[in-house]
Design a protein around this ligand. Structure first.
Ligand code: SF4
Length: 313
């Protein structure tokens, strides 16, 4: 039976929230703005990890810099808040050292695709066994709403007050062409589809990418006169006409068509779901275990990093 939870701010007794055990409640209240979509993503990840039956000791979340970077700090499990643009190489290091762990990156569009873009490309190409949840709010929310690599053409931000004049990245297409084995896109409105998609990704081997379009009423909603976070969610439903039958939801959708263009429907769904060997599987298959090739007595004499200098048998 749930224990009553005493709110630290006003002393009101409440029931324990079902995901409280997965949160560092001593870190709350969180810093996210009212109407922000980041909490929906965090909730979806926690529920997906439970659905995928991943025990706490096998879960790792890595996040970068930005509002979404706080996700790592709020989760009551092994989690790392790393430097700007570097959550993917950090996560890759964890996976290489501990292949038994289920490593997920939760970060934003700016962190993953501006300063971190090169890391994304090569981790996808190598098929590193990582799950990447990219929360795309079309701007750098935490630092003042500047335009970023996914800001739609014509959208207003603090650095593009007359409208953005750069073409945005089409993230599903980028991920697919770089070699990701699982590519999907949802909005925070699709909470259950998002949860189920994360569950699928957590249970799949290889580089899995999910883009989550999320409201940022402060950085993106305000300059574009959208209104509150709820209004931005309504926009996903109404203005961009995502309801069936206009909702384009096909498992075989071509990610090339997933470009975001203001005024046009956003294509959501699963674009890629394929199998291919991961980086570590190929490594183990192709590279012989050096220790097996080196006479044990000679290997023991050498410092750990000197072993590669030994001649092969
Ligand atoms: Fe969310 Fe935007 Fe506020 Fe950051 S600035 S917490 S992304 S609403």
């Amino acid at each position: 039976m749930n224990q009553p939870y005493v709110d630290k701010l006003d002393g009101v007794e409440e029931d324990v929230h079902p995901i409280d055990k997965w949160l560092r409640t001593d870190m709350l209240p969180h810093i996210w703005c009212p109407g922000c979509g980041l909490g929906i993503v965090l909730n979806a990840y926690v529920k997906a990890a439970e659905k995928a039956h991943i025990p706490r000791e096998k879960r790792v979340v890595v996040s970068g810099i930005g509002c979404s970077g706080r996700a790592a700090g709020y989760l009551n499990q092994d989690s790392y808040h790393t430097t700007h643009g570097r959550p993917i190489p950090f996560a890759a290091g964890i996976k290489l050292a501990r292949p038994d762990l289920n490593v997920t990156v939760i970060s934003g569009d700016g962190d993953l695709f501006a300063i971190g873009g090169n890391h994304f490309v090569h981790a996808a190409r190598r098929n590193m066994d990582l799950k990447i949840l990219c929360i795309n709010n079309f701007n750098y929310g935490m630092t003042g709403g500047q335009s970023g690599p996914t800001t739609p053409l014509g959208a207003k931000t603090s650095t593009t007050p007359y409208g953005c004049y750069e073409h945005p990245l089409n993230l599903p297409w980028l991920a697919a062409t770089c070699g990701a084995v699982y590519v999907a896109r949802w909005t925070t409105l699709d909470a259950r589809r998002l949860r189920d998609s994360i569950t699928e990704a957590l249970m799949k081997k290889g580089f899995c990418f999910i883009e989550i379009i999320s409201p940022c009423p402060v950085g993106y909603g305000k300059p574009n006169k959208i209104g509150s976070g709820l209004d931005e969610m309504k926009m996903y439903l109404d203005k961009w006409d995502m309801r069936p039958p206009n909702w384009i939801f096909e498992e075989s959708s071509n990610p090339r068509d997933a470009e975001i263009d203001l005024g046009k429907p956003i294509i959501v769904g699963k674009f890629v779901d394929i199998q291919k060997p991961t980086f570590l599987e190929l490594y183990w298959q192709i590279i012989p275990h050096r220790e097996e090739k080196i006479p044990v007595r000679e290997a023991e004499k050498l410092p750990r990093w000197g072993r590669k200098e030994l001649p092969r048998k």
